[in-house]
Design a binder for this molecule. Sequence first.
Ligand SMILES: Cc1ncc(C[n+]2csc(CCOP(=O)(O)OP(=O)(O)O)c2C)c(N)n1
Length: 321
Amino acid sequence: MEVQILKKLYYQMLRIRKIEEKIAELYPEQEMRCPIHLCIGQEAVAVGVCQALTQGDYAMSGHRAHGHYLAKGGDLRKMMAELYGKGTGCSKGKGGSMHLIDLSVGFLGSTPIVGSTIPIGVGAALGTQMKKESRVTTVFFGEAATEEGVFHESINFAVLKKLPVIFICENNLYSVYSPLEVRQPENREVFELVCGYGIESHKADGNDVVAVFTLAQKAIQKAREGKGPSFLEFTTYRWREHCGPNFDNDLGYRTPEEFEIWKKKCPLENFRKKLLNENSITEEELNQMAKLIDDEVEGSVQFAKQSPFPEESALYENVYA
Ligand SMILES: Cc1ncc(C[n+]2csc(CCOP(=O)(O)OP(=O)(O)O)c2C)c(N)n1
């Protein structure tokens, strides 16, 4: 793989990690008043998939959307402003962390109702197919969304119509505090279950950004050629609590040992070592990247804090019900 792409993959992952760590650091100030679901530990899925998309392609997500929004080309300053509820935010300050949207980069939106963007993504793909556009739609969701009826209806319809849509399942093992064991029969893999619908389905290491990119690239190419949808399951792990900036390994629903095992599988750290070992990147370049990102993050926080709240007169604008 080209060194430029490898560097880009690392840069994008580091950017998401640093932004989210900054959010975690600032959240206790209580100036961001929306709930936040951090994707620290899961950066490789967002980056690997979005690197294989073009700007004209579409992406949708759910409550854990920061990484997907940014990897798809969303504007960091607008995202930060959104978290602070400001009028300069990507959803004009009315959405918060779980309602990010930027049509200019094909990010059609994210919503917190689990599984709810899956049929919307399928609808978007149907629209592009009818208009004979070459766009591909990707929908990101957690493994708990596959337990919603709408997921099954959506897959069936996408297969039936051969839609250019890729279902991206980030399997981080938990639905809030419920592990897979209490939700699914033993040894029943999601990616195998969906094969019954006749969809091409694969599972890969979601902490290996190159594996994600490679698999996504193939599925996207296939969809673009009109050969139908794919389901991709990526195993990964969220480091922080389900909702909020803290760590929750003391709650008892997952063990500190398990957390340590997954920390050793850090998608950034392992990729950084690999790039250094194969001389694809130098320490100096890594330092430059870190500096560039730190400056960008700092600028975005200042922008968000200094931006005004939406005007009262805007209360009913962009509201549909
Ligand atoms: C329809 C619906 N049911 C329940 C919830 C409450 N809820 C919010 S997040 C979540 C767990 C989601 O787990 P998963 O989809 O695997 O994503 P993760 O949080 O692990 O990234 C639940 C049950 C919800 N938001 N929507």
